[in-house]
Design a protein around this ligand. Structure first.
Ligand code: ATP
Length: 342
């Protein structure tokens, strides 16, 4: 089906050939699965979860058959509060919680934490559709993390749950306050006529003097590299500059957590880099600011301190950038081999 989509001019012969390849593929998969069952004891937990066509139900996770060493690594991770959530090889991680935490642990220096989050919607026909399934994550304060995954896997929904814009069906959420959600489209957020007025917009509620407002606006604009744009009309800004103004607005409000939803989707490479650097810079200026950045772009991962990879409403991996990068690359090359060279 995917080949048909990518090359719509395929003739009937190629479609027949493709079905044959698919059925061969299915046979091979069956054999592999059979073999895989025999080898289960040597496979890391996250691979079991990520590659299984039918992952184990959440309440059986980690599965009882896991080797001791994997279970020990999972619990070490759940206790860690530093960047090095993955401290030893093999680095692949399972979701952090194997059973719902009775309460969120606030004693560690954690900025964002979610335990066994689920979110469903009910259709007009009364059908319940799960969007997030048992997602757990933990992000230390002062770090820049990225949230990746294929289209429709639930990234934006998870971000909205963390922002408090959506209520979970089950699970517990902790996010440091004040927290700010920056939208994918800056036109939803940059609404005042000038850059200065826009960045100062959220400060009205804080009872500050004019001087305090001015100094906060300048500081925030300088963090995103836009201090010289103070008096500019927002209509004359590029998409990337508008994104940076939106981030400056969040920084001016002294937000401790920035929840950033695919900010670089509509941007060219220059603006994309400008926005990423603005976020990094704002984190450098204040040790206490944490950012979670939703993206599709694998190349952006190199700017992150840690990452979360989602598929089909689940957190499949959570931890250091290098492991997640290689995990995604392996998945991509497997996909290409399976679909184009088998
Ligand atoms: N209000 C809703 N009603 C019906 N389905 C919804 C609703 N909100 C989200 N969904 C579905 O939930 C799934 C996850 O959506 P979400 O926008 O979180 O994914 P995403 O990973 O951010 O996708 P993308 O990368 O394409 O932006 C999608 O299949 C989407 O169609």
């Amino acid at each position: 089906m995917i080949i048909v989509y990518l090359t719509p001019k395929l003739g009937n012969e190629k479609l027949v050939l493709f079905s044959l390849i698919r059925s061969q593929d299915r046979e091979q998969k069956k054999k592999k699965r059979k073999k895989g069952k025999e080898k289960t004891q040597q496979v890391p937990v996250s691979l079991l979860h990520a590659n299984d066509d039918q992952p184990p139900p959440a309440d059986q996770f980690p599965p009882p058959r896991l080797p001791t060493v994997v279970r020990r690594r999972c619990s070490m991770v759940s206790k860690s509060s530093s960047l090095n959530l993955v401290t030893s090889s093999p680095p692949l991680l399972s979701p952090l919680f194997s059973s719902p935490p009775s309460r969120i642990n606030l004693t560690e220096n954690i900025a964002i934490e979610g335990g066994n989050l689920s979110f469903s919607i009910t259709t007009r026909q009364g059908k319940i559709v799960p969007i997030l399934r048992d997602c757990s994550l933990r992000i230390p304060s002062g770090q820049f993390w990225m949230l990746l995954g294929p289209n429709g896997c639930g990234k934006s929904t998870l971000l909205k749950v963390l922002a408090g814009l959506l209520n979970t069906t089950t699970g517990a959420v902790y996010v440091k306050k004040p927290k700010c959600f920056v939208f994918q489209n800056p036109d939803y957020q940059v609404v005042m006529p000038t850059v200065e007025a826009d960045v100062a917009f959220g400060l009205g509620k804080l009872n500050l003097t004019n001087d305090e407002v001015k100094s906060r606006v300048l500081e925030a604009l300088s963090a995103v590299g836009m201090s010289s744009y103070l008096q500019r009309s927002v209509q004359t800004l590029s998409g990337g500059q508008k994104q940076r103004v939106a981030i400056a607005g969040a920084l001016a409000e002294a937000c401790k957590v920035l929840l950033l939803d695919e900010l670089t989707t509509f941007l060219d490479e220059n603006d994309q880099m400008g926005v990423i650097k603005a976020v990094r810079n704002s984190l450098r200026n204040s040790e206490d600011v944490t950012a979670l950045w939703v993206t599709h772009r694998l190349e952006e991962l190199e700017y992150a301190d840690g990452a979360i990879y989602m598929e089909d409403g689940k957190v499949v991996m959570h931890g250091d950038v290098a492991s997640i990068q290689s995990f995604i690359q392996t998945k991509q090359s497997d996909y290409i081999k399976r679909n184009y060279y088998s």
